[in-house]
Every structure is written in structure tokens, then in C-alpha cells.
Design a protein around this ligand. Structure first.
Ligand SMILES: Cc1ncc(COP(=O)(O)O)c(C=O)c1O
Length: 460
């Protein structure tokens, strides 16, 4: 017998999970004396666990994914109908929702024109790296193949995506890494690297030029950046940053690859995070919010110029993008993504994110005035981080255990919040909020109240 979502023995499910499922990012030793949390149901902004506890989800499925909220029957129906019509065919051919979603997506991304489908953020980024390497091979014997990435950014879990990730503790134990990936310094003004902070954004961006000159401009093919660093501590780019980055990329013929896996499709109040800044990317990758987790889908989107590099005469046996992704041919992804996008438009969710984001930020500033442990509040739209410090003057970060205690207290009160999760050795001190794009003031008040109580309990 298969699985019936309505009928199952929940106690058996929990025991089966405990016996056989290897959870992500989890220390299983702790499950010897406790049960893992099994999430059973979700509706709107709320989820329920196997014990019947209800939680307000302030992190959209734990990792900023379920952007339009749980239980959307219209997405389920779109996927259901599509699966019956055609569940899959390899991406070497076209399919109906794939073509329709590409057209809708490109409407939102002026300057870009081609969509390559795969099924995870890591994979979408890997496509970007392969594009750069193949262009380098075509143009100069592979020399201009290096990819620069930024300290504190994350680009995925595969060995090469990790090779391009600027988070030391997350990378720990998984080397040796893929050659050709080079780090540039971060742009978190709160943790400024300079004695003099004037024009911080321009200064931090100029670091790119130093790295390009050190490596040799004829060896650098692309730069990958998160528009707003997510798991690395919710870092919004300082003023002037992207404009300077754009100018340097142009000067040295370096392709600009923006990783929108978290910010993409509405999280920050615009369709894409980079659209807040004056920047024209050559490659944009996205995953999580594309279909809000209702189906697995990722996209690597490029300009027509990039695409044209792969359009040689058919007699050229190697002159096309020699890449495939089996599950990039699943039609459930674009079918869900189309309906997800329709919902965002019909319910004016971008506007809601902007308004509710401002409201949330205002409430968090009030908390900052009340608790000196909050050193910095930053973010855009419904995407916010609170950096916790022992002392506002020295900015010494709190121990990770303090951030864990606050998150555990909120959970106890029925609110799930996120936190930076062992990306660094000494900066695991940022709490993360990324509630669904449908958030109301009442939802946000509930989140802020739980934080307020948790902070006051710390003092108590
Ligand atoms: C900015 C960013 N890029 C890429 C990824 C990797 O995505 P996936 O886990 O789907 O491979 C993530 C995942 O958290 C991410 O935050």
C-alpha cells in the first residue's frame, strides 16, 4: 500500500523516522533521548508537528522557501493536472509549462533572455560555472576560467558550490576543493575591515579589483555574489557597492553572476534582489522561492550574449552547452512556478512584502532600543537579520549558545525563527526572519512578541 496523506499511524512514522532517516544538519546523538520533530501539516503561515503542536513559521519552511505559504490548493492542482498530462521528458526537448514559465520569468528580468532548468540552487550555480569555463575554453584556451566569490556568501552544497562559498566552518572537512575559485572580502559594514568607514560600499567593492589584478585579469571569468548575503548573516550591500562592482566587472571583462536562490521571486519586495540596485547581471540563478517548495525547480538565466556563445554551427561537435540535468525535465517544477508567480501578482505580494517589511523593521528597531544585546538589525523586505553582541562598543559576538537559546525560547512559545548555523567559527550570532510573503501585521507582531519575551528571559 502507498502513502495516504490523510491516514497514517503518526507514532509509527516518528519511530520509522528515528530509525532510518538521516536528517540534514542534525546531530543524531540527541535523538537517542528525544524524538525528532516531524512536521505533519501546514496552512498559510502555520505548521503542526506530530505531537499536535502549532507553530507560526517565521522562516518559510526553515530555509526561506515556502514564500506563498502552505496549503495552496491551486498550486497542487496545477501540478496534479500537469503530472497527468505529462510528468516528464528530458530537457533536450521542450514542454508546455517550461516554455510558459520561461516567458513569464523573462518578462520580469529585463536584459536577460534564456532560462536553463535544473533542480537545486547548487546545481543552478554549477551551470553558471560551467558556462564560464566553456566560454573560457572557446575564447582563450581555458585561461579566463576563474570564478571570484565573496567571503560570507553561500552558493551551495556540492563540492564545487562549496568551493565557491565564503564560509569557513561550512566548508570544513570537505576539502580538497575545486581549483579556480578565489575569495574576495565581505561587504558587511557592521564588521568593517577598515579604520576609516567613509565610502564603505565603494571601498569594499574595490577589493574586487585588487583580487582581479592579483590573479591576472586574463584569468578571471566571472564574479558570483548574493544580492543580499543570506545564511552568512543577512548582509545588505552598502551604498555604492553594486555600482562599483558593475564598473569593475565591465572594465576587466568579468561576467557578473548573481545568486538569487534566496532573494529571487519576491522575498525582498522586488522580483529579484539585484533589482534594488543599478546592476545588469550576465547570469542569474534562482531556486527556493521559484515554486515556494511545492516542486523542485531551479533556473540559470542568462543574457542573449552569453547564450550566443553556445550557438555554433551543428558541424562543431563541441560548440553547444554540453550539460544535462535529468530532473530539469520534470514538468511539475515550471507548472508550480507559473501558479506561484500568478499568486504573487494576483495577491499583490510584492507590495505586501515592501509594506510589511517596513513594519517588521520598525518593530525590530523598537526591540533594539530595548535590548543592548541586539547590535545590528539589517535586511530588506521580509528578509531580516538581528546580529547579537555581548557589548555594543566592542561588538564582540555572543556565543552560539545564546542565539540557540533565543531560538529555542521562541519555539517554546510557538514561533519558529532561524539563526546562522555554524557557517563560521565565531560569528554564529545572527537570528534570521523570513516569514512568508503573505505575512500580516498580526503575524509579525506575534513574531516580535516572541523575540521580546525570549530576550527578556535571557536577562532574567
Ligand atoms: C544563496 C544560496 N545559494 C545556493 C544555495 C543552494 O541551494 P540548494 O540547497 O537548493 O542546492 C542556497 C541554499 O541555502 C543559498 O542560500
Amino acid at each position: 500500500m502507498g502513502y495516504d496523506a490523510q491516514e497514517f499511524d503518526i507514532q509509527k512514522v516518528v519511530q520509522d523516522d528515528k530509525a532510518h532517516v538521516w536528517h540534514h544538519l542534525a546531530q543524531h546523538k540527541s535523538f537517542e533521548n528525544s524524538d525528532p520533530m516531524v512536521i505533519v501539516e501546514g496552512k498559510g503561515m502555520r505548521v503542526w508537528d506530530a505531537k499536535g503542536n502549532e507553530y507560526l513559521d517565521a522562516v518559510s519552511g526553515g530555509v526561506w522557501t515556502v514564500n506563498v505559504g502552505y496549503g495552496r490548493e491551486s498550486i497542487a492542482k496545477a501540478v496534479h493536472d500537469q503530472l497527468i498530462k505529462l510528468c516528464y521528458f528530458a530537457g533536450v526537448h521542450g514542454n508546455v509549462p517550461g516554455a510558459m514559465f520561461a516567458e513569464k520569468l523573462i518578462e520580469k528580468m529585463p536584459g536577460l533572455s534564456r532560462v536553463y532548468y535544473s533542480n537545486s540552487g547548487s546545481e543552478a550555480n554549477e551551470k553558471g560555472y560551467k558556462i564560464v569555463r566553456q566560454i573560457a575554453n572557446k575564447r582563450n584556451g581555458g585561461k579566463k576560467h576563474k570564478v571570484i566569490f565573496r567571503e560570507r556568501d553561500y552558493h551551495g552544497t556540492t563540492i564545487t558550490a562549496l568551493s565557491s562559498t565564503g564560509q569557513m566552518e561550512r566548508k570544513d572537512q570537505y576539502g580538497p576543493f575545486t581549483p579556480g575559485f578565489v575569495e574576495m572580502p565581505h561587504c558587511c559594514q557592521y564588521r568593517s575591515q577598515y579604520e576609516d568607514d567613509t565610502d564603505y560600499g565603494v571601498k569594499a567593492a574595490r577589493e574586487l579589483e585588487n583580487v582581479i589584478l592579483r590573479e591576472g585579469p586574463d584569468t578571471v571569468g566571472s564574479l558570483i555574489l548574493e544580492p543580499i548575503t543570506a545564511g552568512g548573516g543577512v548582509i545588505t550591500p552598502p551604498e555604492g557597492y553594486f555600482e562599483t562592482i558593475q564598473e569593475i566587472c565591465k572594465k576587466y571583462g568579468v561576467l557578473l553572476h548573481i545568486d538569487e536562490v534566496v532573494c529571487g521571486v519576491g522575498r525582498t519586495g522586488k522580483w529579484f534582489g539585484y533589482q534594488h540596485y543599478d546592476v545588469k547581471p550576465d547570469i542569474v540563478t534562482m531556486a527556493k522561492g521559484v515554486a515556494s517548495g511545492y516542486a523542485a525547480i531551479s533556473c540559470t538565466v542568462t543574457t542573449e550574449d552569453v547564450f550566443n556563445e553556445f550557438k555554433e554551427e551543428p558541424s562543431d561537435r563541441m560548440g553547444y552547452f554540453r550539460d544535462i540535468s535529468t530532473f530539469g525535465g520534470c514538468t511539475a517544477g515550471p507548472a508550480a512556478a507559473l501558479e506561484n508567480m500568478r499568486i504573487i501578482e494576483e495577491e499583490n505580494l510584492l507590495e505586501n512584502v515592501t509594506n510589511m517589511g517596513e513594519y517588521l523593521m520598525g518593530r525590530l528597531y523598537e526591540l533594539k532600543d530595548k535590548y543592548s544585546i541586539i547590535g545590528d538589525v539589517r535586511g530588506k523586505g521580509l528578509f531580516v537579520g538581528l546580529e547579537l553582541v555581548k557589548d555594543r562598543g566592542t561588538k564582540e559576538p555572543v556565543e552560539e549558545s545564546v542565539a540557540m537559546k533565543v531560538a529555542a525560547d521562541c519555539l517554546q512559545q510557538g514561533v519558529m525563527i532561524g539563526r546562522t548555523n555554524r557557517s563560521f567559527r565565531d560569528l554564529n550570532n545572527t537570528l534570521c526572519l523570513s516569514p512568508a510573503l503573505i505575512s500580516t501585521k498580526d503575524d509579525l507582531d506575534e513574531i516580535v512578541t516572541s523575540l521580546d519575551v525570549a530576550f527578556s528571559n535571557l536577562n532574567g
